[in-house]
Design a protein around this ligand. Structure first.
Ligand code: 9WO
Length: 255
């Protein structure tokens, strides 16, 4: 069956450690999306594009200093080779110097048909590659990793689940258009009593309107507690104010 709006997304991952990304992206929902032809993950070893006898991909930094820098030639050869094989891809470098990745960026990338995800290693990539062959630098968070591979996997995961058909018919990522501004409410499953810890009574009531209100209140309360930065940007309705007060009162009675 052809899914409405289904459009193939191609990820070209450039890395010195292909196995590091190949295996995880073959699992679970992203792996299933590959099998179903909704996405294609092509992993390229940058070393294969090194032309010298020793297939060198790194060298000592001009100006001196610790560690090694990735040489420009193999990376640029790889980018140019891949560019010649299909629709013009956006070239993205995963690096701590990039703009912070978020849900809005994930939606933006989901509208592209092909991206090159360049994963740096060592102390970084020669700046001439960044300035002349990279369209955009993305960071997945304010911490330093040993390379860009985990960042590339985060991007593939977050973008793929937004593509039509990837999550299946029952749950669409589009339902979550608001989910970046409000944290999720707490979830429970069986048993009702786990080592004396009981599921909130309201969730067993079968009263769907009461349950919706309780969940909304929990989401608002959590967001205020844990993400004051998100909370201040919310435009609360009169009902939201009421549900938030109710949730806060309940919590102060039995924390
Ligand atoms: C290592 C280092 C050691 C001594 C002095 C300076 C240094 N900088 C770095 C460094 O930034 N190494 C990076 C390792 C080079 C590019 C690939 N690496 C990387 C990517 N680490 N963390 C990321 C990353 C990617 C996306 N989002 C967050 C972090």
């Amino acid at each position: 069956m052809i899914l409405p709006g289904a459009s193939l997304m191609i990820y070209e991952i450039l890395t010195l450690f292909p196995a590091m990304v190949q295996v995880p992206l073959g699992e679970s929902i992203v792996g299933k999306a590959q099998q179903r032809g909704l996405i294609e993950v092509r992993v390229h070893n940058i070393r294969d594009y090194a032309s010298d006898r020793h297939q060198m991909t790194d060298d000592r930094p001009f100006g001196g200093g610790e560690g090694m820098v990735m040489k420009p030639e193999p990376i640029v050869r790889a980018i140019e080779d891949i560019k010649g094989q299909g629709p013009l891809p956006r070239v993205i470098l995963l690096s701590p110097q990039g703009r912070l990745f978020n849900q809005e960026k994930a939606w933006e990338l989901s509208r592209l048909s092909r991206v090159i995800l360049l994963c740096g290693r060592y102390e970084g990539v020669d700046e001439r590659v960044v300035s002349h062959f990279v369209d955009e630098e993305i960071s997945i968070g304010d911490y330093v990793l040993t390379g860009g591979e985990l960042g590339a996997m985060v991007v593939v995961d977050a973008v793929s689940r937004l593509l039509p058909g990837v999550l299946g018919n029952e749950s669409s990522a589009a339902d979550e258009s608001f989910s970046q501004e409000l944290l999720e409410y707490p979830q429970y499953t069986r048993p009702q009593d786990f080592r004396g810890l009981r599921v909130p009574e309201i969730l067993l009531s079968g009263n769907h309107e009461m349950i919706r209100q309780w969940r909304r209140g929990q989401s608002l309360l959590r967001t205020r507690h844990r993400r004051p930065d998100l909370f201040t940007r919310l435009r609360l309705t009169a009902e939201d104010e009421k549900l938030l007060r109710r949730a806060a009162d309940e919590e102060s009675r039995d924390p």
